[in-house]
Write a protein that binds this ligand. Sequence first.
Ligand SMILES: [Zn+2]
Length: 411
Amino acid sequence: MKKCIKCGCLFTAENEDVRQDMEILTEDERILGIGEQGAFHNEDAELIDLSDKFVMPGLIDAHTHVSMKGSLDTTPLFQAIPGDIMIDAMENARADFMAGFTTLRDVGGIFYADVALRNAINQKRVTGPRMLVSGSMLSGTGGHVDGHFSPHIEGAMLGCVVDSPDEARRAARKNFKYGADILKMAATGGVMSLGDTPGAADLTYEEMRAAVEIAEAHGHTSSVHAHGAEGIKNAVRAGVTSIEHGMLIDEEGMELLAERGIYLIPTIIAAERICEGGKKGIIAPWMLAKAQQCLEKHQMNLQRMRQLGVKIGFGTDVGTALNYHGEQAEEFGLMVGCGFRPAETLLAATKVNAALLQMEDKIGSIEAGKYADIIAFGKNPLEDISAMLECCFVMKDGVVYKKGSKPVFGF
Ligand SMILES: [Zn+2]
């Protein structure tokens, strides 16, 4: 079945250009071609009229947590049974999908709900975005995933606690056994985790290298939660694919990222939301202090990394405190506030992220042969970036899931 999409403004994400009055022809799940208005008038195709819209490729959020839904802290996760987490994951992924995110890289799942959801979406049993998932995140004892403080409870509840290269290997193998697509580790403490320090190194070079070797052997990429400079450098030397957050990076770390072509996923919104909550007095003081510390130099560091030519992708950490699914497109405005051009932020969430996911031949731009993941907005985000908050059309794999700002699927 062919479809012809009339586009008012078309941003294909091959570069920063915008073309007026173009058409896209799709067949089944793929894009067949792009042409000027009327180019496909001989085709027997269903017409989709987006002639008053800004049309672009589906967005990719390279840092999500579908298992988490924006709670003030991790307490609800400790009180949930696996089924609760699964239902949350389905709802959260769908909210992201309706906001225009047709692909998620979910880094830090709970109870393997991320793996089950990805499978169910691929099998077309559940409606949702395309997903790449990590399964359980790895950290050390007392680290980012070691969230409880009772010596009578064994093991971590939010991820895998590892304290040696052997344990790291075992945890990585276990994740891939259960179906993970990528590896996720914590090289430093974090903001939402009680008792650890964002600036302090957690997993060692040897532990991360051991896990990365398993990922490489399986042909998978790796992502690392890291704020502090030492942790970032340990992770870079261990051969990871992306650094998540990177908010306390130093000059040497920034140069290493640029030299080695390692991606940085800024997730500005995650710290920003906690700071906003702090102003309302609803955030625990220890968490607020950590978020403020992380955010302080982030803007300046991002500018420096941009100058150095670091590959900066787009990711939101959606699901963390007050960072709600379906609302993460605010990250675009925050990136613009940090000095990025609007078109640059759109490319970060499409072309750059597709390369990070090693899917640049399939998604990330509107080109013949790629999957027909196409979204639209009522206003032009290059003129007003807040337009990204109101996605009115979503197509994934050539199937329309949102039209006239309303979902068009039943389940
Ligand atoms: Zn995260």
